[in-house]
Write a protein that binds this ligand. Structure first.
Ligand SMILES: Cc1cc2nc3c(=O)[nH]c(=O)nc-3n(C[C@H](O)[C@H](O)[C@H](O)COP(=O)(O)OP(=O)(O)OC[C@H]3O[C@@H](n4cnc5c(N)ncnc54)[C@H](O)[C@@H]3O)c2cc1C
Length: 362
């Protein structure tokens, strides 16, 4: 039986970030990942993700503000550029925009209201009569590169990351002991961090921990555009977003948020949902008329969405649940890792974690 301080189940952005921040404290950490690092079956793969402060809830504005310096720390530690701040705009639902402006201002962040005319002057490629707000702190994360960078700095900090090792059974043996059977391995740990993304509910259920997540298969498309863009989120009947073709992306990413079919993570298909594609293409033709509406690439990915679109970062005995998705968790990865480390070490969390308690769903 291998003995460690902390076993982390899952090597997506959340599990790797937890391993990095835990190993930095001197704890003996092992990560068990059922596939290979950077695989395309979960939620963290792909060239790009949006980073933003612009949320309608001050809890998430502050979370993003606290995440930014950790992204810079990761860039320094890995000697890689991973986050480009470009500015970006939210457009559409006036109620959301007002709440977003108020939340940003209440956290000392900037929000600039843009009339449709003012937005057309600055971003002539975006065609809509909706109001918008511009946030200078929005940017683009190099997602695939970030996964590789965090794995690297976690290993340098002493964490072991084992791939192709599926943790089949997790047994709580006491307040301070948990045993994990992973393939032919048996690991005994004082704490187990479950960062299993779309599979988290399945890993936690035998422990009597109910994590209410709905797993959906989402799809994104990459388009040719004859000019630069900035990230945008268009909140309408269906929310859509666009991300510049940075960090090796084959083109500008355009996609719907959270409209994918429900699925079982192990039974999910990789096929494009044609009606969903037709909607995105129609959107590109009307709202992004300078783009070539024939996509050059597409990708599918899993969302695990909680009933309130919020995260779960909480402890139940020796188990720490780190489920940060609902389609917007990547930007917070390193900070969620830091919060997990503070839970395990009993340290003061960088931001209050009460809003992420599991019992809010009880
Ligand atoms: C299409 C799409 C677009 C997105 N856009 C954005 C964005 O612009 N900005 C943003 O901030 N967020 C965005 N997100 C959300 C973000 O990507 C996710 O919140 C984040 O990747 C979740 O990471 P995770 O580590 O929890 O999950 P994952 O990356 O899925 O990691 C979980 C890992 O656990 C492993 N695992 C599961 N079960 C076991 C087991 N039993 N044993 C061992 N290993 C196991 C899995 O193989 C997997 O590698 C987007 C998500 C998608 C799908």
């Amino acid at each position: 039986m291998e003995r460690v301080d902390v076993a982390v189940i899952g090597a997506g952005i959340v599990g790797l970030s937890a391993a990095w921040r835990l190993a930095r404290t001197g704890l003996d950490v092992v990560v068990l990942e059922r596939f290979s690092l950077g695989h395309d079956r979960g939620s963290s793969h792909g060239p790009t993700r949006i980073f933003r402060f612009a949320y309608d809830d001050p809890v998430y504005v502050r979370l993003a503000q606290a995440a930014l310096p950790l992204w810079r720390e990761l860039e320094d530690a890995s000697a890689r550029a991973l986050l480009r701040i470009t500015g970006g705009f939210d457009v559409g639902d006036p109620m959301y925009l007002r709440a977003c402006s108020a939340a940003l201002r209440s956290c000392g962040a900037t929000a600039e209201e843009l009339t449709p005319g003012a937005r057309r002057e600055r971003f002539p490629w975006f065609e809509s009569d909706d109001e918008s707000i511009f946030s200078p702190n929005t940017g683009v994360i190099a997602a695939n590169d970030a996964l590789a960078a965090i794995a690297e700095v976690a290993r340098v900090a002493g964490a072991r990351i084992d791939e192709e090792v599926q943790s089949a059974r997790v047994d709580v043996r006491g307040a301070d002991r948990i045993e994990i059977v992973a393939g032919k391995r048996e690991v005994s740990a004082r704490r187990c961090v479950v960062a299993a993304g779309a599979w988290a509910a399945t890993v936690l259920e035998p422990l009597g921990i109910r994590l209410p997540i709905r797993v959906t298969r989402e799809q994104v498309f990459y388009f040719r555009a004859p000019h630069e863009i900035v990230p945008f989120i268009h909140r309408d009947r269906i929310a859509r977003y666009g991300i510049p073709g940075d960090w090796g992306a084959p083109g500008v990413k355009v996609a719907e948020h959270g409209t994918g079919p429900q699925t079982e993570p192990d039974a999910r298909s990789f096929d494009v949902d044609e009606p969903g594609f037709a909607r995105v293409q129609g959107y590109v033709q009307t709202t992004l008329p300078t783009f070539d509406p024939s996509p050059i690439a597409s990708e599918t990915c899993l969302y695990s969405t909680t009933p309130d679109d919020g995260f779960v970062i909480d402890q139940v005995g020796p188990v720490v649940v780190a489920s940060a998705c609902s389609g917007h968790g990547f930007k917070f990865g390193p900070l969620v890792g830091e919060l997990v480390a503070s839970i395990v070490t009993g340290g003061e969390p960088a931001v209050p974690i009460k809003p992420f308690a599991l019992r809010r769903f009880a």
